[in-house]
Write a protein that binds this ligand. Sequence first.
Ligand code: FAD
Length: 397
Amino acid sequence: MNSKHDTCGGARVAVIGAGIGGAAVAALMQRAGYKVTVYEQYERFAPAGGGIHLSPNLMRVLRHLDVHRHVLLKGQEPCAFLNRDGTSGEMLFALSLGESAHRQFGAPFVAVRRGELHTALMSAVTPGSVRWAKRLAGIDWGGETIVLGFDDGSRVECDAVIAADGLRSSVRGALRGREQPVFSGQVAFRGSYPREDLRGLAVDDLTKWWDAERFVLSYWLDRARRDFYFAAMMPQASWSTEASSMPADPDEMRHAFRDFHPDVKRMLAHAPRAGVAKWALFERPPHFEFGTSRIVLIGDACHPMRPFMSQGAAMALEDAVMLTRALVGAGDFEPAFRSFAQARRKRLTQVHRVSAANTFMRGETDARWVFGYDALGAQASPRLPALRTMPAWAMAA
Ligand SMILES: Cc1cc2nc3c(=O)[nH]c(=O)nc-3n(C[C@H](O)[C@H](O)[C@H](O)COP(=O)(O)OP(=O)(O)OC[C@H]3O[C@@H](n4cnc5c(N)ncnc54)[C@H](O)[C@@H]3O)c2cc1C
């Protein structure tokens, strides 16, 4: 009974945060036979309305979890990703998607409301394994077991912690001190409105309008193309609050993009007075914090990046897969967490760098290195077992 998987199979794993990475890693590890409990600060999940791109590398993970149909049903599969000059409208680069995404990258490209991605992921988590309204306040890893303290006064013991608690991770804070993420000097106005409010303006499925320092990204949020979404990014000298977003005056946004192409100006002109929010974009330098021998960080807790490649959630899901592969391979936390960090560093560094440069698809681009990546089976150094070919014992509930 001392085989590797028995050791970990009986161990108590706590995941902090039931966001995108937390839900994914819990579902994957539960399928691999681990006893996982998720602790989330909020009382319940409130679906947020903003849009998100589910690139093929992310969709492969949803398909592995058998929850891809939900987002395919709710979201839209754009025919193409158009990149245009922000002022002249000249086509800089058009990437065929739709059927072509399946052929080129092995999975679809979907745009959807962020809440639908979360709903899909949560449906894969074992019912009853999420503890809501549990805000982590402290963590003590000095003893034989790890003790988690929550701000309702409760305490829980566990054997390993996966921190998926996002941009302002309190686990990261406990390990490293409260070094805050850095304001990138960029903000994004985001909003959505119904098709009728476009007042006859013809819009493509998915377009990014570029200039040197700003861009406007727009797409449909649903299959029926009823709700339209935009994100308009521009520089801003400072951000004075801890909150990531605040309600915005659409006139400020319209003024900032007044020199853009007439179609963009018409699109932004229709944005509702209420419902536009301004988001500060935060990041950390790419010195990733992967954790310690029994605590590991994934997603934004480990590597928040500028959202210019729309890859933050995709990286959290790839992390979840690689961590599960590492655990299945090693059977014990310390070597698994080390292998995970080693296996992820190169790819995260590359995506972080290209996101920060904001050059992805600005001109002719081979997107295969991003969208064609298959975390489930990709060669990793050190070698990790592919998830598709997990041994039967590893699939036991
Ligand atoms: C403007 C913008 C647009 C974006 N667009 C895209 C896109 O199109 N595609 C894409 O792939 N990515 C996109 N991203 C990035 C993506 O949203 C993030 O990278 C992703 O959500 C990270 O997932 P996560 O699980 O690490 O963190 P989150 O999804 O933020 O989850 C963290 C969870 O931890 C919980 N939590 C936090 N602290 C505690 C605590 N102390 N105790 C208990 N629970 C706690 C939170 O409540 C939350 O549920 C975008 C980001 C921004 C800002």
